[in-house]
Design a binder for this molecule. Sequence first.
Ligand code: GLV
Ligand code: MN
Ligand code: MN
Length: 406
Amino acid sequence: MLSAERIMQRCDALARHSELPGGLTRVFLSPQNRAANELVLGWMREAGMQARVDAIGNVVGRYEGEKQPCLMLGSHLDTVRDAGRYDGMLGVITAIECVAALAEQSKRLPFAIEVLGFGDEEGVRFGTSMLGSRGVSGTLDPAVLNTRDAHGVSIAEALRQFGLDGSRLAQVARKKGEVLAYAELHIEQGPVLEAEGLSVGVVSAINGFSRPRATLHGEAGHAGTVPMHQRRDALAAAAECVLAVERIAQSDAALVGTVGRLEVKPGAINVIPGEVQFTIDFRAPRDTLRQEAVRSAVDAVQEIASKRRLTAAIEKIQELGVTACAPRLIEQLERAVAAQGLHVRRLPSGAGHDGQAIQAIADVAMLFVRCKGGVSHSPAESITEADAGVGARTLLSFIERFEPRS
Ligand code: GLV
Ligand code: MN
Ligand code: MN
C-alpha cells in the first residue's frame, strides 16, 4: 500500500546526507551524493526493481513489464546550496513508492517502469545543469565532461573518482522508442496551488531558460590612492549590469531574470575590483521573449562596460527551450487527478526540470504537488504528508491506466 508517511520519512533520510551541517547541500558526485545513491538503490531493490548507477551517475531502477519499452519516472537527487528536502527527491521517492505498491500486488503492466534518480539537475557543482538527464537523452556533448568545478576538477575526473567511466557516456543514452513517456512528480515551487486550495496540478509546459555569463575586465588598484574619476572598477560596472538585467526582466510580466552569482577579483577590502564574472538566468514561457531579453542584456553589458572604459566578454553557458508537455499525457494525468475526486488545474512551470532534456527522446508530463507558501530553493521548503499522499495516489493511478498511444 502507498505510504505517505514513508515518503516523508525517506525525504528526511535523504536530507541527512548533506555537506552543510544543520542544512542541506548535496552536489553532484560528492560523498553525500554517493550516500544518497546507496539509500535510493536499497529502496529500489526493496520495491522489486533491478537497480544500478549508470555511467553519468544516475540511479536507475527497473521494474519489468510484459514488454520491453518503459514508462520513465523520476526526478533528481542533487540539491541547490542550503536547499529544501523535497525539490527533486520527492519525485524519485514517490515513484519508488508507486512501484512498491505494484510489486506488493505482484502486478505487472504491459510496459516496464524505470525510475531515474538523476545525479545532477541543479548544476551547482559544475555550473552547467541537467547533466544526468542530458546523458539519458543523448544530448550531453562529451566535451562538456571537460567542464571544471571551483577546485579545478573536471566532470570526467569527478566521475572517475566516483568509480564511473565517462567514456561510456554513449551507453547511457536512450533511443526514441525505448521510452514510451517520461512523467515527473515535483513540488510546485510556486504559490498557485496553495492560493487555490489544491493539492496537485498538472503542468502544461516548462519555461525555457538562457544562461549567459559575463566577465568584466577593468583595472585593479589601491582603494586609498586612485581618484574616483580615474577608476575602472569592474564591480561598480557589474552593479549597473545587475540593475540592467532587473530592468529588462521587468519589461514583460512573463519574463524573469536573475543574477545569482558574482565573483569579484581580487576580492579584498582595500583593492579596487579589477575583474568580475557574473551569471545571468532568464526564463520565459516563450522562446522569442527570452532570446530577446538575452540580446538586450548583452547590449546593456557592452554599453555599460564601454561607458566605464572596461571590456566585457559574454559567453553562453546553457540554454534550453520551452518544453510543452504532451497533450495526450496531460489528459491522462488530468484523468488521474479527477479519479481522486479533485479539481483539475493546469499550470505552467517557471522552474526548470529534467523533462526539458528528456523531451529529446520522449513525450513529457509533470504533476505538481503544493508546497507551503510557494517557497523552494530554501530550507523553508515544506509540504504536508497529506499532499504527498495525494500526489502518490494520483501518480499511481496515472501509471496503472497509462496508455502508451492514444
Ligand atoms: C532548477 O531548479 C531550476 O529551475 O533552476
Ligand atoms: Mn531546484
Ligand atoms: Mn527540481
